[in-house]
Design a protein around this ligand. Structure first.
Ligand code: HEC
Ligand code: HEC
Length: 439
């Protein structure tokens, strides 16, 4: 009798221990098993400077981040517009819209020469007075700038940055894209890219403009170590913006909380999707770094932007060649960098040519494993492109992980409440002001 009671107590205690054991959920256990080094996927927070990858030429400081946060959205420096009607109406944020996951909220970003905003960029169109070739727009869907600190060689073709995968490509710097000659200066991939980006996007910084719009004190604080003559220009603006971009981390996404031990942060469905992503589907073999992208290049055979309604681009756009368009090496043709995967649920479209409007369509594309772009030679295509045989339930689980498990719900912390000029942002044309209810 005593033994039975004792056994009963043990049994109750055992069941209770299992129930309250945080690892009892078999899905958590499965995911833990698939991610023995899950710390590798943990993103730092914006204030953990020492954990954020950065360039020796531009150590991160709070003063630089604070300045960059305003400059990224400030239309006042848009003084190199092609027509006066568009003066001071655009910013980096015109194409990297925070509420659209720092992507454009539409197939193509348009800054100078664009008109309108909608609710998150989707309604922007070409201003009629601009010729198509006069607008500022590129032949690929803008990449997100979220978690870009983990990108060693930026752009879809990885053309910026002097080290990592660009070691050995030195003779190509400046050849097909003159801007990439800046790699020779070893400033850091983002720092170099953004100096060129400020020119491409028709943004100018001079001492006079910086003073006029109230930014002198912030430049002085962030770059006080430089002589005055070197303090107010595209280089310092790029350094401030790059520090800000490095702080754009999605560390509040449910998957991030789960990594840090909050096992309730993801729903059962999101966990099932994560198990597929890190397990049998092998998505992680390419989406392998902390931002769930990687600095490697693959041809998935998707269509290009000119086929999906992009302006100012065509079949001969070098961007269509992917990595090969930069290196000139045939083996790199049609291969694109693996993009980060956070906050994709904030708005499509997806892939470099914006060929998919929803995450369901992206998952179907991977599941079918058939190239949609007939111009890509079969030998170039990634061997991953094979039917995956997913069930409808598995597809829905994977979408739930991508859309919600990887969504930081609080990106608003990275957006200023106003910019110092007092202009409306990210766009300042009449229609955008009307759309954003900003006057
Ligand atoms: C007209 C739209 C447009 C504007 C304005 C714009 N961008 Fe972009 N951005 C893009 C496109 C398109 C890409 C991808 C181009 C490519 O890879 O071929 C991109 C890529 C980037 C990347 C690379 C991300 C990565 O993962 O490699 C960074 C960083 C970036 N932009 C920062 C900026 C900054 C800073 C500004 C303001 C100076 C800016 N962008 C303004 C369209 C725009
Ligand atoms: C062989 C490497 C590889 C594998 C494996 C892989 N991806 Fe990707 N993924 C890429 C590349 C490269 C791109 C960009 C392709 C392009 O636009 O040309 C991409 C793009 C994406 C995008 C669109 C992101 C955006 O910004 O538009 C999503 C979503 C995505 N992948 C999810 C997945 C999922 C889910 C799996 C597993 C079923 C997976 N990937 C497996 C390489 C890979």
């Amino acid at each position: 009798m005593k033994i039975r009671i004792l056994a009963g107590i043990f049994l109750v205690a055992f069941i209770a221990a299992c129930t309250f054991d945080p690892l009892y959920d078999p899905l958590d256990r499965e995911l833990e098993r698939l991610l023995p080094d899950k710390g590798k996927f943990e993103l730092p927070s914006a204030s953990e400077f020492s954990k954020i990858p950065q360039s020796e030429a531009n150590p991160i400081s709070q003063d630089k981040i604070d300045l960059g946060k305003l400059l990224f959205f400030e239309p006042a420096f848009g003084v190199e517009a092609m027509h006066y009607q568009s003066l001071q109406t655009f910013s980096c944020g015109s194409c990297h819209v925070p509420s659209a996951g720092f992507r454009p909220g539409r197939k193509q970003g348009i800054a100078d020469g664009g008109y309108g905003f909608g609710s998150q960029g989707e309604s922007r169109i070409k201003l009629p007075i601009y010729e198509e070739n006069e607008i500022d727009a590129q032949g690929a869907r803008p990449l997100s700038v979220l978690n870009v600190a983990f990108v060693t060689n930026s752009m879809w073709n990885g053309s910026f940055g002097s080290d990592h995968v660009n070691i050995g490509t030195e003779q190509m710097w400046g050849v097909f894209d003159p801007g990439t000659a800046i790699n020779h200066e070893n400033l850091g991939n983002l720092e170099g890219q953004n100096i060129e980006g400020l020119k491409t996007h028709r943004l100018l910084y001079t001492k006079e403009l910086v003073e006029t719009y109230g930014y002198k004190e912030m430049f002085d604080k962030a770059f006080g170590d430089l002589p005055e003559s070197e303090r107010y220009n595209r280089k310092t603006a790029s350094f401030a913006i790059s520090a800000y971009l490095r702080s754009l981390l999605t560390d509040q996404a449910p998957f991030q909380k789960w990594i840090k031990g909050d096992l309730e942060a993801m729903s059962e469905q999101q966990k099932r999707g994560a198990v597929l992503f890190f397990g049998k589907l092998g998505c992680v073999s390419c989406h392998s770094e902390a931002n769930l992208g990687s600095n490697t290049f693959h041809a998935l055979g998707v269509k290009d932007l000119f086929e999906n309604g992009g302006l100012k681009t065509n079949i001969n756009d070098r961007r269509n060649l992917g990595r090969g368009g930069f290196t000139g090496r045939e083996e790199d043709y049609y291969k694109f960098r693996v993009p980060q995967l956070y906050n994709l649920g904030d708005g499509g479209p997806y892939f470099h040519g914006a060929s998919k409007g929803s995450l369901e369509e992206v998952v179907d594309y991977f599941n079918n494993g058939v190239a949609e772009n007939g111009r890509i030679p079969a030998g170039q295509l990634s061997p991953y492109l094979q039917p995956l045989g997913m069930t409808d339930e598995e597809k829905a689980d994977l979408v739930a992980f991508l859309r919600d498990g990887l969504r930081d719900p609080n990106l608003q912390r990275y957006v200023p409440t106003k910019v110092l000029s007092g202009l409306c942002f990210p766009n300042n044309d009449d229609l955008s002001r009307h759309d954003m209810d900003c006057y």
